[in-house]
Every structure is written in structure tokens, then in C-alpha cells.
Design a protein around this ligand. Structure first.
Ligand code: TRP
Length: 337
């Protein structure tokens, strides 16, 4: 039996941080062992809010290099740039025309990001989830591993696929495969260093709220030293009154490679002044091999380009077959060649 397939992506806006790594990429590294994996840089999504044309291409390559540095194996996984496979934009158009406007107006992420954009909010931001649906449906994945914040977009993807199947397919022969979400448990989320109740995020204006995967050791140490804590001595997991404490212990657990019980015992009587240097050291050491590998990859652009070219070819073969099937179902004249 063929391996089941997964697909996921990250927008290449700004450098990736611990939340991207622990919440997404590290998970893909494990999944690629058992699943046929399609992982991409969502650069079409990256222009749904104002962007800088001078940095888009570099950011896209940097995210690809980061995937590989974190352990995504280009032989096992198909790594590609979304804008290089034109079927994404094309299927998004077709799906636009069967998606009711009020399905999009309900999207929480649109409401949140849209408010920040004010009057100038683009149609692209509203349409973002339809493009995401196209990303997914083109590859007929069995599962789409994403964070909790993407759940609504996956439900929308399922609704769009079902609607297209209902309108243009038959029960025996659905046009599109309806994918299943694979949502990470909320506890696995990495929170902001300046507010333990908020997710670590690229769009937070404070750099001290996150640790970027490429931060040098002294920056990591400084950010951890400055991060929000509380006046209580003795550190414990799972205290709802101490979200920062829980988040930092969780990070320490992961980076020190210990069990939760071992960390709980080690830190039970510790103060922050003793704990923070340990966390900083564990983080620096855990990121060191990723950073070394990243710089090696970026120093050899021809190899990276080769990976992305191969990725594009593999991805396009799958995506174009789905696109043709959808166009046929919608009644388009076949191309005359
Ligand atoms: N919207 C996703 C995010 O912000 C990124 C994304 C774009 C994506 N297309 C996708 C994720 C398709 C999974 C599948 O995290």
C-alpha cells in the first residue's frame, strides 16, 4: 500500500522562531518517516499583508534552508516554493467562484488581521483561506498537520471540497479528496516570552517575545534573562496562575531532553536566577547544530536550488493532475495540445 500523504507550509515572512520549530517543523521531521510529505514555503500567502519585495526571495530560500537544517530530508520529503507551482493560484481562482463570501467573512484570522490593516485590507487577506484550500486539495493529502490556529481554515477547506464535489462530482466519483486535520494539542504550543498567555509569533512587535532559530548564543541568553517570570521561588508545571513558568519549564524539558518528572524534580526548589542560565544553555546547545547546518546550506546555493527544482517538479506533477481533473469537472474545454 502506498504511504499516506501529509502536506503543510509556513509563510516566509521574517525568520522562523522556536514556535515554528517546536510547533511544526520538528513534528514534520518525525512524520516524514512514515508519510509521503509535501512541505512548502507559502510565498503567495506572504503578500496578503504589505510586504517588501527586496526580502521576499531571500526569506523564501531561508525558510527552505531552515526546513533542511531542522532535519527535513529532501530525499524523503518534497520541499517546494508555492509560487513555483502555478496550479495553486489557478485552483484558488476556481475555488473562489464556488465559495460563498460569508464563509470567508466569518474567519477569525481575517477578522483579527483585517482589523490591524484598517481600510486598506486587501481582497487577498480575505481570500487567504481559499488559496490555502487550493494548496491542500491539489495534493490530496490524508492529513494536514497544523497548529490550533489553523483549525478553522481546515474546516473551510473541507467545506469547499465537499461543496465542489456536491456541485460537480458524483457520490461515486468525488472530484476532490476531503482531507483530515492533524491538530497539535494546545499544550504543545510555545508561548511568548513576554506574555505566557499569548502564542510566540513573528508578528509580535517585540523581538524579546520570541527566540529566532538563528539567534546567536548571546542573544538567546539575553532574551531568556529578560523574559517575563514571576516573584515566586520554586518552579512548577501546569499552574494556571503561572503561564510563563509552565512555558519555560516546557522549553527546558524539550531542550534538555529530560522527562517532565525529572524537570519538575530538578526545578522544584529553584529560583529564576538559577533556572534561567540553565534554560539558556540548553537552548543554545539544542540550536547549535541546526544553526551550523543552516549556514552550510546557505553557503551552497546551487545545492539548495537543486532541491527546490526537484521539489517543484515532483509537486507540479501531482498538482497539475488534480487541477486538470477539477477543470474537466467544471466543464472547461480541454487544452488543444
Ligand atoms: N496558513 C498557514 C499558517 O499561517 C500556512 C499555510 C498556507 C498552510 N497554506 C497551507 C498550512 C496549507 C497548511 C496547509 O500557518
Amino acid at each position: 500500500m502506498a504511504a499516506k500523504r501529509i502536506l503543510s507550509g509556513i509563510q516566509p515572512t521574517g525568520t522562523l522562531h522556536l514556535g515554528n520549530y517546536l510547533g511544526a517543523i520538528r513534528n514534520w521531521v518525525d512524520l516524514q518517516q512514515d508519510y509521503d510529505s509535501y512541505l512548502f514555503m507559502a510565498d503567495l500567502h506572504a503578500i496578503t499583508v504589505p510586504h517588501d519585495p527586496k526580502t521576499l526571495a531571500t526569506s523564501t530560500l531561508q525558510v527552505a534552508a531552515t526546513y533542511i537544517a531542522c532535519g527535513i530530508d529532501p530525499e524523503r520529503s518534497t520541499i517546494f516554493v508555492q509560487s513555483h507551482v502555478s496550479a495553486h493560484a489557478e485552483l484558488a481562482w476556481l475555488l473562489n467562484c464556488i465559495t460563498p463570501l460569508n464563509w470567508l467573512e466569518r474567519m477569525i484570522q481575517f477578522k483579527e488581521k483585517g482589523i490591524k490593516q484598517g481600510e486598506n485590507v486587501s481582497i487577498g487577506l480575505l481570500d487567504y483561506p481559499v488559496l490555502q484550500a487550493a494548496d491542500i486539495l491539489l495534493y490530496e493529502p490524508d492529513f494536514v498537520p497544523v497548529g490550533e490556529d489553523q483549525k478553522q481554515h481546515l474546516e473551510l477547506t473541507r467545506d469547499i471540497a465537499s461543496r465542489l464535489n456536491f456541485q460537480f462530482g458524483s457520490e461515486k466519483k468525488p472530484v476532490l479528496k476531503v482531507p483530515e486535520p492533524m491538530i497539535k494539542a494546545a499544550g504543545a504550543r510555545v508561548m511568548s516570552l513576554t506574555d505566557g498567555t499569548k502564542k510566540m509569533s513573528k508578528s509580535d512587535p517585540s523581538e524579546f517575545s520570541r527566540i529566532d532559530l538563528l539567534d546567536p548564543p548571546e542573544v538567546i541568553t539575553k532574551k531568556i534573562k529578560r523574559c517575563k517570570s514571576d516573584p515566586i521561588k520554586g518552579l512548577a508545571f501546569d499552574d494556571p496562575e503561572r503561564p510563563e513558568c509552565n512555558n519555560l519549564l516546557g522549553l527546558y524539558q524539550i531542550f534538555s531532553g529530560q522527562t517532565k518528572d525529572a524537570v519538575a524534580a530538578e526545578c522544584a526548589d529553584m529560583g529564576w536566577g538559577q533556572f534561567k542560565p540553565r534554560l539558556a544553555e540548553a537552548t543554545v546547545e539544542a540550536l547549535r547544530p541546526i544553526q551550523t547546518k543552516y549556514h552550510e546550506i546557505m553557503a551552497d546555493p546551487a545545492t539548495l536550488t537543486g532541491v527546490l527544482l526537484q521539489g517543484e517538479q515532483r509537486a507540479a506533477a501531482v498538482a497539475n493532475a488534480t487541477l486538470t481533473r477539477v477543470k474537466d469537472a467544471l466543464g472547461y474545454a480541454p487544452a488543444f495540445h
